[in-house]
Design a protein around this ligand. Structure first.
Ligand code: SF4
Length: 116
């Protein structure tokens, strides 16, 4: 607990009104430095492009996808990893991806599809 009012456990956070998985994970990771997996549509889009699998609005709730995302979070600097994902999907692998300038282009399955 923080100030005896905000729980730190995920399942307790999810009981609070208006708190879903994204908010709970973002609070824990970015504000409390507790290892957690932040998944939003941008993360789904990036991972889908990178590994070349189809995604849809439900992908973020699929157990296999959550497991994949959890496995990618490093033990150390997990907060930096999450911040990097947020920044990278905003600045590079955005809706119209900047593949030409992307440092992941060599390994990305979607790279050649996005070169105009
Ligand atoms: S190469 Fe393009 S599609 Fe692949 S991760 Fe980079 S920006 Fe995204």
């Amino acid at each position: 607990m923080v100030n005896s009012s905000i729980p730190l456990e995920k399942k307790e956070l999810l009981k609070l009104p208006g708190v879903g998985n994204y908010i709970a994970a973002a609070f824990r990771s970015l504000h409390m430095n507790i290892k957690d997996t932040i998944i939003d549509s941008n993360v789904v889009r990036l991972y889908g492009r990178f590994w070349g699998f189809e995604t849809n609005p439900e992908t973020r709730r699929k157990k296999w996808f959550i497991k994949l995302a959890e496995n990618l979070i490093p033990a150390k600097r997990h907060k930096d990893y999450n911040y990097s994902l947020l920044d990278f999907t905003r600045a590079v692998c955005k809706l119209r991806p900047d593949c030409v300038n992307c440092p992941l282009q060599v390994k990305c399955n979607n790279h050649s599809k996005n070169i105009e």
